[in-house]
Design a binder for this molecule. Structure first.
Ligand SMILES: NC(=O)c1ccc[n+]([C@@H]2O[C@H](COP(=O)([O-])OP(=O)(O)OC[C@H]3O[C@@H](n4cnc5c(N)ncnc54)[C@H](OP(=O)(O)O)[C@@H]3O)[C@@H](O)[C@H]2O)c1
Length: 403
């Protein structure tokens, strides 16, 4: 089967595959004329096989999570005569791509001749850190390539498929694996990072009690969850008062990460940052986005970037040029107000603590003139006893993008 399979897959997926069992799919083929029953049967079984092998490839891809930026995670499985011959994945940025890793795991490279490779993302067609995978697949005699998702990166975007087809390789695109690389896909589709605002709040909508001390609102479960969230992000941003008052490290401490998220602080004047600040005690990248030049000597991992203004749009433009695909805003109230007003927030996560802080506590978002009403869609509610995590996405009718 060639690429026409894709259409059939989607038909099956819409009517039966998503909601019904294998019996449902087979039944659907039996209602056709007898002469096409067998063809339909084998076609249906082949589609099931394709999605099963691609799911195996997706499991491989997940092994690379947190290690591949600025590359996506990718997994691959090589199959011949219904036998899985090799699996592979992209382990780390700069290391072999998934297809090459899978080929390297074959007992004998000759096994590739006439085989099918299942790969979660379109094979690359350009010279980057490694030679093009599409060329290598052609060279070793792969007969069919089943692809989970076309690559939105303009360096690849359909060119890998075109190259394979031009060499007579059968190509099937199933379109089922885009969830593996949410931020990567978003970055290439919208030309900016995916933005999440995250905060803990009391039931009466406050970030902090009155006074200069940090209020600890949430429990251990919420702490571990927010650490896991940080591990998925390439940059974390906070405001000047938060760095002074909460003195956070902004690091991931509950699991190893190859790429520690950049720690970004919005400040008027970098020289106001205390030398003892916790953020300066760990040597992972810090960016101080400020409005006036600094007179201080900074350690190598601290970068001071001066601009007369740092609006959300300017921050996103700068991050885009740096290749940052995901940004987590971690407060405080004024920074949140600015970002929520800007319309550039894609996801909002709040940990609701079973506390009230009273009328003089600090509201979740305050300090930006003019009210801006936006609607959000609740996509997940999770109990993290005794707190509740609520995840919202921007309503589908509005997407803010860089042009
Ligand atoms: N519960 C939670 O999850 C949570 C999380 C984080 C923080 N907090 C709490 O929030 C409080 C701090 O919030 P906050 O509203 O006082 O301060 P903030 O949002 O942390 O920082 C605001 C300050 O950053 C400065 N800033 C510099 N460049 C900016 C820019 N481009 N955009 C926006 N601000 C910029 C602002 O100066 P200009 O006025 O000159 O613009 C302002 O002085 C603390 O009490 C902290 O404990 C709670």
């Amino acid at each position: 089967m060639g690429e026409e399979t894709t259409g059939l897959f989607h038909t099956v997926s819409g009517g039966f595959f998503g909601n019904h069992s294998l019996d449902g799919i087979l039944f659907s083929f039996q209602i056709f004329a007898p002469q096409i029953i067998l063809r339909g049967f084998f076609c249906g079984v082949s589609l099931i096989n394709d999605s099963v092998y691609l799911a195996m490839a997706a499991d491989q891809a997940r092994l690379g999570q947190g290690h591949t930026w600025t590359n996506p995670v990718v997994g691959a499985v090589i199959v011949k005569h219904h036998q899985v011959l090799a699996r592979g994945y992209h382990h780390r940025f700069g290391e072999p791509h998934a297809e090459i890793d899978a080929l390297n795991h074959l007992a004998d490279l000759d096994q590739a001749r006439g085989a099918t490779i299942y790969v979660t993302l379109e094979p690359c067609s350009h010279y980057g850190k490694t030679p093009p995978c599409a060329d290598r697949l052609i060279q070793v005699g792969i007969q069919r390539v089943v692809i989970g998702q076309l690559d939105p990166n303009p360096l690849v975007a359909g060119r890998g498929v075109a190259k394979l087809k031009a060499a007579g390789v059968q190509v099937t695109v199933l379109g089922t694996t885009s969830a593996l690389n949410k931020a990567y896909n978003f970055f290439y589709q919208h030309h900016r990072p995916f933005v999440t605002v995250k905060y803990a709040m009391s039931i009466d909508g406050k970030l902090n009690a009155t006074g200069p001390q940090r209020t600890h609102l949430t429990s251990q479960a919420a702490y571990h969850d927010s650490q896991a969230l940080r591990a998925t992000q390439q940059a974390i941003l906070i405001g000047e008062h938060t760095v002074q008052q909460d003195n956070p490290q902004l690091t991931v401490r509950t699991q190893p990460v190859d790429f520690a998220p950049w720690r970004i602080v919005l400040m008027q004047d970098a020289d106001q940052l205390a030398e003892t600040a916790a953020i300066l005690q760990t040597p992972s990248p810090v960016y101080l986005l400020v409005r006036q030049p600094s007179q201080r000597q900074w350690p190598d991992f601290v970068h001071v970037v001066v601009q007369p203004e740092w609006t959300p749009q300017q921050i996103l433009d700068w991050l885009t040029t740096q290749g940052i695909q995901s940004l987590l805003i971690e407060g405080g109230s004024q920074v949140q107000a600015t970002w929520l007003a800007s319309g550039a927030v894609d996801q909002l996560i709040t940990y609701l603590a079973p506390l009230t802080l009273g009328g003089t506590g600090l509201p979740v978002a305050q300090g930006v003139p003019g009210a801006v009403q936006r609607s959000w869609e609740l996509v997940q509610t999770q109990a993290l006893q005794p707190d509740i995590k609520l995840t919202y996405r921007r309503s589908a009718d509005y997407v803010y993008r860089n042009h």
